[in-house]
Design a protein around this ligand. Structure first.
Ligand code: FES
Length: 123
């Protein structure tokens, strides 16, 4: 009984913070970026690496190319397919130009096999 109450409160808490399910963990292959769309229309790029899921903006901060068409080699980075900008998928930090602005990063929770994406970590 107690654990069921706990589960219910977790669900309520995540919903209250704007998390929404955008994928199932089983749908994400290791190091294959996938583009998904939030209910507010924002495109998010999901990357599963070493069993964890990161969510970054799907728009490269250089010239808005589709990040899900890029390369995620499994070292915690993603490289834009157009001009080769490289970002840290957990912090959004630029690791290689020509981009100069960090990639927005979203909160992610994996719960019962569901990938829930929440608010941006930085604006
Ligand atoms: S659009 Fe991504 S590096 Fe230019």
């Amino acid at each position: 009984m107690g654990s069921m109450d706990g589960l219910a409160s977790v669900v309520v808490t995540t919903a209250a913070h704007g998390f929404e399910q955008l994928a199932r963990l089983d749908d994400l292959l290791e190091n294959i970026p996938v583009s998904v769309t939030r209910s507010n229309g924002e495109k998010v790029c999901l990357v599963r690496t070493q069993g964890e899921v990161a969510a970054v903006s799907n728009l490269c901060t250089h010239q808005e190319f589709d990040m899900a068409l890029g390369d995620a080699p499994g070292d915690g980075t993603i490289e834009c397919a157009w001009h080769g900008a490289r970002f840290d998928i957990r912090t959004g930090e630029v690791l290689q130009g020509p981009a100069t602005d960090p990639l927005p990063v979203y909160e992610v929770i994996v719960q019962d096999g569901a990938v829930l994406v929440g608010p941006r970590r930085r604006e």
